[in-house]
Design a protein around this ligand. Structure first.
Ligand code: A3D
Length: 320
């Protein structure tokens, strides 16, 4: 049986890491595309040469030609620019919207049956625009943010509780920005909800509030440290988790920026919600009950995403 084909659009920090992870996990043959000449070719060759030590069977191809992504089963999009210290994700909107247009057209022409995972920021608006430009079904175009934001939350909680990260589950929903919604009530250590752990004296409400805020600022903390770009290891791992769920029909329940129409009272918007990912892409959106405070946070986050989508429509009239 032929190996799946994984096309990575953007061969920068995240793109290169994605290619290496996809190879090591033997998810399929990898095509690394970028407009920068030499970058995808050089990274592909470098990663291929890690094969003898890692012992993986996967081909690597670097290219500047969209024709090479033909028939891809999965496309992961990181093309665009990342933020620099002092920039918000939203500052990237104008530049990255143009990039989404060319990428969407490339996918539409050469890989219309792919499961497409967008990582480019500002995430919720870019995944919406990429879907519009590509014309692919909504269930096959999704944004990566919730898996990463939840992983950051899980990491901070595991350090606070001194327990394995594997036993910490967490949900971060809403838009991927300052208004993201870490849900403490639905986050647990092996099933024990965080509010119960506060009552049990494992932590204090103040410390938990600080962890929630650190999660919201998780991307900016790394941008501030790196100074020349943004996080790339954990973002790549998060997208690979989603790609694997699709390729192996795992039916994983993962928070993703998915197209929501009906659930959460939304009428057609990409925003972070719990989803089931399997061989049909986004197979289900899980409409969990929010209490009044959570709903208020979600509403604020949804408003921020709506503002970004409106800004996209203002920049590119073809989207209106
Ligand atoms: P970077 O290392 O700069 O790579 C971006 C690559 O895109 C570069 O190699 C560019 O040459 C390439 N590129 C630019 N324009 C095009 C185009 N039109 N077609 C194809 N390739 C193009 O950035 P990165 O890999 O660190 O980050 C990529 C994106 O991911 C940025 O927008 C980040 O803000 C975003 N990001 C999102 C998250 C989320 O959780 C959603 C996390 C971290 C980064």
């Amino acid at each position: 049986m032929a190996r799946p084909k994984i096309a990575l659009i953007g061969a920068g920090q995240i793109g290169g890491t994605l290619a290496h992870l996809a190879a090591i996990k033997e998810l399929g043959d990898v095509v690394l595309f970028d407009i920068a000449e030499g970058t995808p070719q050089g990274k592909s060759l470098d990663i291929a040469q890690s094969g003898p030590s890692e012992g993986f069977d996967a081909t690597m191809k670097g290219t500047n030609d969209y024709a090479d992504i033909a028939g891809a089963d999965v496309c992961i999009v990181t093309a665009g620019v990342p933020r620099k210290p002092g920039m918000s994700r939203d500052d990237l909107l104008g530049i990255n919207l143009k990039v989404m247009k060319s990428v969407g057209e490339g996918i539409k022409a050469h890989a219309p049956n792919a499961f497409v995972i967008c990582i480019t920021n500002p995430l919720d608006a870019m995944v919406w625009a990429l879907r519009e430009f590509s014309g692919l079904p909504h269930n096959m175009v999704v944004g990566m943010a919730g898996v990463l934001d939840s992983a950051r939350f899980r990491h901070f909680l595991s350090v606070e509780f001194n327990v394995s990260m594997r036993d910490v589950t967490a949900f971060v929903l809403g838009g991927h920005g300052d208004t993201m919604v870490p849900l403490t009530r639905y986050s647990t250590v092996a099933g024990i909800p965080l509010p119960d752990l506060v009552q049990m004296g494992w932590t204090t409400q103040e410390k938990l509030d600080a962890i929630v805020q650190r999660t919201r600022d998780g991307g900016a903390e790394i941008v501030g440290l790196l100074k020349t770009g943004s996080a790339f290891y954990a973002p790549a791992t998060s997208a690979i988790e989603m790609a694997e769920a699709f390729l192996k029909d795992q039916k994983r329940l993962l928070p993703c920026a998915a197209y929501v129409k009906g659930a959460y009272g939304l009428d057609g918007l990409y925003v972070g919600v719990p989803t089931i990912i399997g061989k049909n892409g986004i197979e289900r959106i899980v409409d969990i009950k929010l209490n009044a405070a959570e709903q208020a946070m979600m509403d604020k986050s949804v408003d921020a995403v709506k503002g970004l989508v409106a800004a996209c429509k203002g920049i590119d009239p073809s989207l209106a």
